[in-house]
Ligand binder design. Structure first.
Ligand code: SAM
Length: 264
């Protein structure tokens, strides 16, 4: 790897701490006949550890310059396949058709510049991911895990909490990476809820969340002015709020009820 020209634009900060790699893999309660998707194997550090515990590993790597490095570092791992493509442009549902598995996971040290699009793609794929364990920028991890009223609480927090229980695993120092990034990181697990709250329309729910949080300083009356405000008020009153409340104070259950009430 000595001559490798790391691309900052691709979020290429490779994990060089064996202890951290083992801890990431240990977060996941792997079950029989498992398939793990890894986004961005880089030089294969995490992939090698995953290949030891999972039945099969499928990786997506955008940078074809890593092909020979990965060939070499994964030569002993017969259960790993790498697709050299942009994960965001890949049709994962189609790629998974050739696999037989009982338990699906996603484990990755994510390229930070596309953390949210990756998570959104994974959720909207409708694939049954049992456990998603990812390394993200520490501030982003705090946001995933934020509670109503906290500064970090936003539409993505509510969206994620609808589908998953969020577990903060551990913090990773910037010194564990090559090259060293400017921020610390956090490993976080998203654990699929057995039962989600009933929702009429998931797309409408997501749009409502984006609108409710659109302007951080504005209250619900302003951010949701294109919706039926009488119905919004009716729901809010049940929880002792009115239209002057800000989205960041409202919990998941209220957003679900708002979405179900407002959806025609
Ligand atoms: N897994 C390695 C590790 O932990 O050392 C590398 C992680 S590094 C933070 C992120 C990796 O994602 C890089 O290998 C980068 O080339 C890759 N990557 C960046 N954008 C990508 C994309 N759109 N699709 C697939 N891989 C991508």
């Amino acid at each position: 790897m000595q001559d490798f020209n790391y691309k900052k634009s691709l979020g290429q900060n490779f994990l060089n701490d064996k202890n951290v790699l083992t801890r990431i893999v240990n977060c996941v309660p792997f079950k029989d006949n498992s398939l793990v998707i890894e986004v961005g194997p880089g030089s294969g550090n995490l992939t090698r550890e995953l290949a030891k515990v999972a039945s099969q590993v499928l990786c997506y790597e955008i940078d074809t310059r890593l092909e020979s490095i990965l060939d070499d570092s994964l030569k002993e791992c017969s259960n790993v396949r790498i697709i050299f493509n942009d994960f965001l442009k890949s049709d994962i549902n189609a790629d998974l058709k050739i696999y037989k598995y009982d338990n699906l996971y996603l484990v990755a040290n994510l390229p930070y510049y596309i953390t949210t699009p990756i998570i959104e793609k994974v959720i909207t794929s409708n694939l049954d991911f049992k456990y998603i364990t990812v390394m993200v920028q520490k501030e982003v991890g705090e946001r995933f895990n934020a509670k109503p009223g906290m500064r970090e609480y936003n539409s993505l927090t509510v969206y994620l909490n609808y589908y998953f229980d969020i577990k903060k695993e551990f913090i990773v120092s910037r010194n564990s990476f090559t090259p060293k990034p400017n921020v610390d990181s956090m490993v976080i697990s998203l654990i699929k809820k057995d039962k989600c709250l009933p929702l009429k329309d998931e797309e409408f729910f997501n749009k409502l969340l984006h609108d409710a949080f659109k302007y951080k300083r504005k209250n619900i009356r302003n951010n949701l002015k294109s919706y039926d405000l009488n119905k919004v008020l009716e729901v809010l009153n049940k929880y002792n709020y009115d239209l002057t409340v800000r989205a960041e104070e409202l919990c998941l259950e209220i957003f679900v009820e708002l979405a179900n009430t407002l959806k025609k």
